[in-house]
Ligand binder design. Sequence first.
Ligand SMILES: *Cc1c(COP(=O)(O)O)cnc(C)c1O
Length: 395
Amino acid sequence: MATNPYAWLKQSLETIHRADWYRSVQTIESQAGPVVRLAGREVLNFASNDYLGLTSDDRLIQAAIAATQKFGTGSTGSRLITGHRELHRQLELAIAALKQTEDALVFSSGYLANLGAIATLVGKRDLILSDQYNHSSLKNGAILSGATVVDYAHCDVADLSTKLTQQRDRYRRCLILTDSVFSMDGDLCPLPELLAIATEFEAMLLVDEAHATGVMGATGAGCVEHFGCTGHPLIQIGTLSKALGSLGGYVAGSATLIDFLRNRAPTWIYTTGLSPADTAAASAAIAIVQQEPQRRAQLWQNVAHLQQLIAESWSDAPIAFELKPLPSASPILCFQVPDAATVLQIGQKLKQAGIFASAIRPPTVPTSRVRITVMATHTSAHLQQLAAALSQVTT
Ligand SMILES: *Cc1c(COP(=O)(O)O)cnc(C)c1O
């Protein structure tokens, strides 16, 4: 008798449940911001990527409305056919100006920017070296490219150098991939050292600034600026959907690189251009990032304040089970927890205390953790409430 070819789906889901890896969506019922309504109750939002609070900024909203009224809701086609408006080019030039690169190219998401750039730059005869904690889009871009992929230990330049010494000669081109701010850890890649290694081994270096754009560096250009590496030969990727409060992604770099991607990157050529609303909102956000450095200053002040509050409450609270802070140099603060079931319990307890924080589990990360993201628009009272709630779940 024939068996149902879909029967395995239910069995797989049961396995996911048993491991406490099951995921489901949570509905936000209010506008984005530091306080949101989640399933009928107000909670402090420490789970979003809206670092500067721009998603609910009226200037972004008005820019999106005006662009929609002028051009309609969609772009109607791929950028090379009917999907290109002057808005897209203005946004690309604004990104290039922020990053101080020759040019930039806007994709429909950061994920697609990574898939497209990586798969276009290397192929079967080439080698990719990838930080073991890189974002899913870098890992899947590497697989899609068909290149040989070798992971190096997290931020370990000695391991990277050893692996390149052993393998570089056997391949044509070489590409090193790294997050700049690691999205599930909050620490930074050693960018100057990576650049030196890339030069030594004649390798391209792609750095994903998704969590750094608008946040890191004096003008908000990202970790490249933070580390004083502006102008170095790099492929910079980023998203319009985190600090920039919109949707979409980009690649920034040399004019030749961008021209090549426009001619070869399948995830740019064969997909519909970004909507007028998203494009206009992102442009408005970049202008604010450049004109209002006080937002970034407030964000960093909040990060320092929260770290101080946590250190204080940690020092006088007995810790019943491990909630181990991971090293961070960004608005992403993570606390490692023994296992997936425990992190879910902590997430629930925090929610009962009015705190929305992410419980991150495998396979997203190797070890379960509570992940907190700080916003420029959190108040001192918000941060105090979080620190108090965290110390309660640990006692
Ligand atoms: C969020 C994220 C992406 C994907 O960006 P989207 O625009 O959301 O697709 C890529 N890389 C990193 C490191 C990210 O954190």
